[in-house]
Write a protein that binds this ligand. Structure first.
Ligand code: NAD
Length: 506
């Protein structure tokens, strides 16, 4: 498959055809429904593809199953070498990956260049190393007559479903630990953003990944996605997306008893104590709320601020938000691009528009600039009621809600007053408050005096309505491995001691 970005300059309305899928090491064009990939910054089409069919799902699962035994039994060093080459090939094609990611998501080129693509490459490099650190616990005699040992084996064929907000990173977070563990994969990216996942498969083939080890099927969720996660021949289902769809995926996977891992939505609290460095908290709140136009599962969405500093915080955040540059994602001076689609902007703006009736005070934003794409201005809603939808539900736009708290008990109670539990931050100069917040806030990650940074070595994943299981780090390898106990008789006798329980007369 030729690179999309090398064939079209998206800025000038370039449009290309891409294969519907990548199966068994090759691009596949099928007769599925024709689909347009839209650049949300312009509203124009950037790529046409025929979506995969149920037959493509079958073919990709068969290819993954056939490739499984050889890949699982390759040495960790061999797998590591291919993954390390993939990192090198990705780095050599970074411009293509950036161009595709910016065109299909509308994210600012600065974000794609400095976060999405290098972060993905770093993750590939991490798992190239991690592949060589797989081990079981020490062999030992837990019974006098046996030696027990543990084998960590690849879980098998992995079905993966990913969302549109960070298409390349979300694909890498799922695919790389699976490949490092010796699994084979079929991934379905969001139909809105299939380009970089198809390119990842092409680059993996270029790096020497054997045919069938990584397969991509494009399509919508309710047909191709559900066919994949409910396929009887997959062993494990991993999903990143909304909580509502994650529950459907779990139900479909349960039909065949497939193991599942779910990375779902979030509604991160951002707790500002009265001793915090307020300038840092204000800047951090805006950065954490607007990154990727707020389409980030860990985005700061619920600022919970000590009453004494509440007014200054609200005024400061409003001021910083008013300076945010909303516009052309290809302009390096742009801070935020559009939302993913006109339909998503309509959803975001309708929640914001209903907020005043539920007690919220719009401090800034709540409007769209006069541009052709689905842009939305950074929005601050103060004084929200705890029961209001803007405060409780995931909006997935550049919208920060703010409430005040009376004392530390109240602040931490409010932080935990959510069904989600993915990420949170606490802002304080007091080491004891920081320790208490990190202990008591129920979420998969708690930042102290920062919000958003992630690193390949540390796990990402939530509790409650945010799902379960981990991406990134050695912990994510566990998701793709099985634990096998091997127990060997070391006596060599046929009349084993424990047989006295069975046979009355020995
Ligand atoms: P979504 O749930 O609408 O879609 C995610 C994926 O699921 C897409 O590929 C979609 O086609 C597919 N899908 C839809 N219905 C399906 C079905 N019935 N069976 C199988 N697959 C189906 O989510 P989205 O709008 O693409 O992404 C935004 C959501 O993702 C937000 O809720 C966000 O919080 C979440 N997210 C979570 C994390 C995390 O790590 N926890 C990371 C990124 C995004």
């Amino acid at each position: 498959m030729e690179s999309v970005a090398s064939r079209a300059d998206f800025r000038y309305g370039g449009r290309v055809s891409v294969p519907s899928s990548w199966i068994n090491g090759h691009p596949v064009a099928t007769s599925g429904e024709m689909h347009r990939v839209i650049n949300p910054a312009t509203g124009s089409a950037i790529a046409d593809l025929a979506l995969a069919t149920p037959a493509d799902v079958d073919a990709s699962v068969s290819a993954a199953r056939a490739a499984g035994p050889a890949w699982a039994s390759s040495t960790p060093a061999d797998r590591s070498a291919v993954l390390a080459r993939l990192a090198t090939v990705m780095a050599a094609n970074a411009d293509t990956l950036v161009a595709e990611e910016v065109a299909q998501t509308g994210k600012p080129v600065r974000l794609a260049t400095e976060f999405d693509v290098p972060g993905s490459i770093d993750n590939v490099e991490f798992f190239a190393g991690a592949a060589r650190h797989l081990e079981g616990k020490a062999t030992a005699e837990y019974s006098a007559d046996h030696t027990s040992s543990i084998r960590r084996e690849a879980a098998g064929v992995v079905a993966t479903i990913t969302p549109w907000n960070y298409p390349l990173q979300m694909a890498v977070w799922k695919v790389l630990p699976a490949l490092a563990a010796g699994c084979t994969v079929v991934i379905k990216p969001s139909e809105l953003t299939p380009l970089t996942t198809l390119t990842l498969a092409r680059l993996a083939a270029e790096a020497g990944l054997p045919d069938g080890v990584l397969n991509v099927v494009t399509g919508r969720g309710d047909d191709v996605g559900s066919a994949l996660v409910g396929h009887p021949d997959v062993d494990l289902v991993t999903f990143t997306g909304s909580t509502a769809v994650g529950r459907k995926v779990m139900a479909a996977a349960a039909v065949h008893g497939h193991r599942t891992q779910l990375e779902l939505g979030g509604k991160a609290p951002f707790v500002v104590f009265d001793d915090a460095d307020l300038d840092a908290a204000i800047q951090g709140a805006v950065a954490g709320a607007i990154i990727n136009s707020g389409q980030d599962c860990t985005a700061a969405t619920r600022a919970i601020v000590a009453r004494d500093v509440y007014d200054d915080f609200v005024a400061g955040v409003g001021e910083v938000m008013n300076k945010v540059v909303v516009g052309d994602p290809l302009d390096p001076n742009t801070d935020i691009g559009p939302l993913i689609s006109a339909a998503h902007r309509a959803r975001v703006s309708s929640i914001v528009d209903r907020a005043p009736a539920q007690g919220g005070r719009i401090v800034t934003g709540a409007s769209s600039p006069d541009l052709p794409g689905s842009f939305y201005r950074p929005t601050l809603i103060a004084d929200v009621a705890e029961t209001s939808e803007a405060y409780r539900d995931e909006i997935f736009g550049p919208v920060l809600t703010v409430r005040s708290f009376t004392d530390d008990d109240d602040g931490l109670r409010q932080a935990n007053d959510t069904a989600y539990g993915l990420a949170a931050s606490a802002w304080t100069r007091d080491v004891y408050r920081a320790q208490r917040a990190s202990r008591e806030i129920k979420s998969g990650c708690v930042w102290i005096n920062d919000h958003i940074p992630i690193i390949s070595e540390m796990p990402h994943g939530g509790f409650g309505a945010s799902g379960f299981g981990k991406d990134m780090s050695d912990y994510s390898l566990e998701e793709y491995l099985t634990v096998k106990h091997v127990m060997s008789d070391i006596t060599g006798v046929s009349d084993k001691d424990w047989h006295r329980i069975i046979f009355a007369k020995r």
